[in-house]
Design a protein around this ligand. Structure first.
Ligand code: ATP
Ligand code: FE
Ligand code: MG
Length: 342
């Protein structure tokens, strides 16, 4: 089955074609991503109305490009998947309407995909995918969640952030320090030149039992450090390194706690923050002692992309899921509402 996937939940237009290997070609046949980051950078964050307009501008050219790259005619496509939520309602609608209209014109089914299920399943596109069951840490711009995953659609929420998401904390810290949006890659880059023990930032909620996270106290600690450091502009790298160490340490210790609590050995990390190099290195070190194994998407598929939507949509289409001609999107949509696929 060959599926065209369309992602427009936020500020990246992603389009891809995935083939599950039961036909002629197999795997990811083509993918394209257009990032609106430069446009939103002037505003220090995503402007929803501008995002929707830009998706509309880019969708048709990107669909044409992936079809050409994959050597596909409309008749070669068996279904169209689109991100139906969570995300910006207007941005989601542009991709949903494009997908629904194309599916109607080409006479194939359309299937809505949950954006976070897309992120969660992205590591399954890799050559050595994790087997179920596993623990997943979803760390992105809008989510920080620990899940027990027993199969596609079999998700049990173990813990989540009670305030800011991890990626959001990186973005806000970057803004405080006058660094570019999005903050994650930039803070991480600066951190390499800094000392991670220069500032003693808190590891929020580690002293309490449970698997929830909180990042707003850490964010405030960074702001206080900036204000109380006389030679602050020279200490940006040290602040970045100390912040990154605190954030990564918190994430890893909760992952280890979740593995112990569930008795599982496999951890899957996905979402933009899972691209973080320090997170990957420190996680490997933490797992070594306990015989655990970590799985990640390829760096390009940690942040938003169409490939993860084509892949997740393919799994759901194969299970017979489709939508009618009406199009609806959900700005908020708990992942635990998804139905299980056998
Ligand atoms: P959601 O998926 O929750 O709806 P989103 O789609 O905006 O949110 P993603 O695109 O998955 O989130 O990830 C973007 C986030 O990842 C941003 O907050 C960005 O700062 C962060 N990020 C990207 N690369 C890194 C990195 N190397 N280190 C830390 N954070 C990073
Ligand atoms: Fe995302
Ligand atoms: Mg993004």
């Amino acid at each position: 089955m060959r599926v065209l996937g369309i992602e427009t939940s936020c500020d990246e237009t992603g389009v891809a074609i995935y083939d599950d290997g039961r036909g002629s070609g197999a795997g990811l046949l083509a993918h394209r991503l257009y990032s609106q980051i430069d446009m939103h950078a002037d505003y220090g964050g995503v402007v929803p109305e501008l995002a929707s307009r830009d998706h509309i501008r880019k969708l048709v050219p990107l669909v044409r490009e992936v079809m050409a790259e994959a050597g596909c005619e409309p008749a070669d496509i068996d279904g169209i998947a689109y991100t139906a939520g969570p995300g910006l309602a207007g941005a989601l609608l542009t991709g949903a309407l494009m997908a629904r209209a194309l599916a109607y014109a080409w006479g194939v089914p359309a299937v809505p995909v949950h954006h976070m299920e897309g992120h969660l399943l992205a590591p399954l596109l890799e050559p050595e995918p994790p087997a179920f069951p596993f623990v997943a840490l979803l760390v992105s711009g809008g989510h920080t969640q620990l899940m027990r995953v027993d199969g596609i659609g079999r998700y049990e929420l173990l813990g989540e952030s009670i305030d800011d998401a991890a990626g959001e904390a990186f973005d806000k810290v970057a803004k405080m320090l006058g660094l570019n949006y999005p903050g994650g890659p930039e803070v991480s880059r600066r951190a390499q030149q800094g000392r991670d023990d220069a500032f003693a930032f808190p590891r929020p909620m580690l002293d309490r039992p449970g698997l929830d996270f909180s990042f707003s106290g850490l964010k405030t600690a960074v702001l206080t450090a900036r204000e109380q450091t006389a030679d602050y502009p020279e200490k940006v790298a040290d602040i970045c390194a100390s912040f990154e160490a605190a954030a990564v340490d918190t994430l890893i210790r909760k992952c280890i706690r979740a593995l112990k609590q569930t008795g599982l050995k496999r951890i899957v990390l996905a979402g933009g923050v899972s691209a973080n190099r320090r997170l990957r290195a420190d996680m490997a070190a933490a797992l070594r002692g306990m015989g655990g194994q970590a799985f990640y998407p390829a760096p390009a598929f940690c942040t938003d992309n169409g490939a993860m939507i084509a892949f997740a949509g393919c799994q759901r289409l194969r299970a017979g899921e489709t939508v009618g001609l009406g199009v609806s999107v959900r700005a908020r949509w708990p992942m635990t509402e998804l139905s299980a696929i056998d």
